[in-house]
Design a protein around this ligand. Sequence first.
Ligand code: C2E
Ligand code: MG
Ligand code: MG
Ligand code: MG
Length: 282
Amino acid sequence: RAKEQGKNQYQFFNGEMDRIVLQKTIIETALHEAIEQKQFVLFYQPQFDVQTGELIGMEALIRWIHPKLGTISPAVFIPIAEETGQIIPIGEWVIEEACQQMKRWNERIGRPIRISVNISPKQFLKESFVDHIHSVLKKKQLSPHQLDLEITEGVAVFNEQYTIRKLQQLKKLGVHISIDDFGTGYSSLSYLRKFPIDRLKIAKPFIDGITEEKEDVAVVKAIIVLAKNLKLRVIAEGVETLQQLDILRLLQCDEIQGYVLGKPLPADVFEKTYITSRLQNE
Ligand code: C2E
Ligand code: MG
Ligand code: MG
Ligand code: MG
């Protein structure tokens, strides 16, 4: 019986693996055409100052709408693109598109607004990364202060010295740096002393628990205090309820991003909701 079960488990495991490999192959092949055929779009999610309620920026989030496969989540295809190297052209497109959008919104609002862009480790670690950022900003005549790059703790693990050098070059340009999903990267905190960064983004799993779990409140509180002592801004992501928002305000978190205040939206809808309407109220 045990033997039989073991065999079944093996078969199940094998079947599951086949399915994952197949899915990966399909996605990898489809990704080849995705850029040329303009299947990607950027959505934008607002970020607010907790105390004043003011819109302070937005995060660009990629969406892939495939003509046959439908909408494919970045949580599924970004890791595959990262593995195959396809993240390089995709990431370059994201930076150019986000900067183009920023330029348009600058003209509309009349004051600069910040755009956060997610950067995968492979993209960040590529030799030409800083040059590409520099050339896009120059080409679009944008202030580097308006661009925020969200990197993960993973780049710290790979090669600390190289990462510090690249971050210093980006700082010199004037670009902002945030650590995304802070607290989930299994890395030591020592990099925080050495990396020239501007902001910590508290990962959603901690935020999820703050209304129920003492431990999560303790972690979030500690991250906020840590950020303040290091003179970094701190933002909570994935905030879904007003109760969570209240706690974060009490803990003096600087900024909030989450469904409770706004979901990611296509550029035109974002513009109507947060930019045009604001201008009319002023
Ligand atoms: P992330 O950078 O941590 O982005 C936050 C994710 O949480 C986004 O998922 C966002 O839509 C979602 N989110 C925001 N607020 C809430 C909330 O209140 N509740 C819930 N349940 N979710 C919320 P999304 O857009 O599916 O992106 C997933 C991940 O894919 C991102 O996580 C990021 O790591 C990656 N990604 C997205 N766009 C890009 C991109 O342009 N380049 C790269 N390299 N990675 C990207
Ligand atoms: Mg992010
Ligand atoms: Mg992330
Ligand atoms: Mg995140």
